[in-house]
Design a protein around this ligand. Structure first.
Ligand SMILES: [Zn+2]
Length: 323
């Protein structure tokens, strides 16, 4: 039993493909962690059961148990009500088109209090308090993965708007442009989201074009083009992968620069599956792609790769439980 587990908190990042759970001490040092796949079938009850198992495993590796935690935070996709702990319309999770009292269900099973926040916002707050955002008072977090999410900190405080702020993925980078998963046209996500890029690659292959992307996918026994597969295809100089990623970088540059023109924030932090996997060289390319669109181009904001890597979401969730 670890003596340092006094005041320990749990954090869970509920992603579309995986659940990352960890236990941290009072100063946010990781005491234990666990990872599980997100269920692809069933409904909210099945997802909740998997969350319970993930945090229970993380507790075991930290030498404690859920009921002894000060609390557990969850970063969730969908529409999150932090007051009620109800999560609605989490489209990337199975059977979650309605509303589900996630905090209440987890609290019953874990025997401790449970707080829920928006996944992207908690990851941005983690970067602000513990990661690459520490030197700044105003930060835009951009999470480049299956979609493109955004989180904002202005004057040291999270900016949630009327609960819908941060949707940088749905800023328009091209009028009447590509169709987005949201049903609109020309969104940043329709060019830079991993999901949108995969759809485009599949369509081009169906038309007879060549790429190693899907061969790499099969070799790895995957059913989706993961960030690692994109990175691998770039290393192999796959021309379709290069073209699609170049286009994504251009779109990110335009979308992020527009946000900077409006808000004049001090720093942009690039995270998410692709952002973390591609790292510094691509963050530098995004900064370069922003440059022609910046109104105050003589003083661009600092652009950093997420300092907490893949763990930002779970660490940010654990911060929820420190309140
Ligand atoms: Zn959209």
């Amino acid at each position: 039993m670890a003596a340092t587990s006094d005041g320990a908190r749990g954090g869970i990042d509920l992603g579309g493909t995986k659940i990352e759970a960890l236990v941290v001490d009072a100063v946010n040092q990781v005491l234990g962690s666990a990872r599980r796949p997100t269920p692809v079938e069933g409904g909210p009850e099945d997802v909740a059961a998997q969350l319970v198992e993930a945090i229970t495993d993380a507790c075991s590796s930290a030498g404690t148990e859920p009921a002894k935690l000060r609390g557990v935070g969850v970063g969730s996709p969908g529409a999150v009500n932090p007051e009620t702990g109800i999560v609605s319309r989490a489209g990337n999770l199975p059977g979650w088109s309605g509303s589900f009292p996630l905090a209440e269900r987890l609290a019953d099973q874990l025997g401790t209090r449970v707080l829920i926040g928006n996944d992207v916002q908690v990851a941005t707050e983690a970067e602000f308090h513990l990661g690459a955002g520490r030197p700044y008072q105003s930060v835009l977090g951009v999470f480049w993965g299956t979609g493109v999410g955004g989180g904002l900190i202005l004057e040291g405080r999270p900016w949630l708007g009327r609960a819908g702020a941060g949707e940088i993925g749905h800023t328009v980078v091209k009028i009447n442009g590509a169709r987005c998963t949201c049903g609109r046209r020309g969104c940043l996500e329709a060019y830079a989201g991993r999901g949108a890029m995969e759809l485009r690659a599949r369509r081009r292959v169906a038309k007879g074009e060549h790429t190693s992307l899907f061969k790499l996918m099969e070799e790895r026994g995957r059913s989706r083009l993961t960030s690692a597969i994109w990175a691998h295809a770039l290393e192999h100089r796959d021309s379709m992968a290069i073209e699609l990623i170049d286009r994504a970088v251009e779109a990110l540059g335009a979308g992020i620069a527009s946000a900077v023109n409006l808000l004049d924030i001090e720093a942009v932090i690039i995270g998410g599956g692709l952002g973390v996997r591609f790292g510094e060289p691509y963050v530098a390319r995004i900064a370069e792609a922003m440059q022609p669109h910046l109104f105050h181009d003589e003083r661009p904001p600092n652009v950093h790769v997420a300092g907490l890597g893949d763990l930002g979401g779970a660490l940010g969730a654990a911060l929820l439980a420190s309140r």
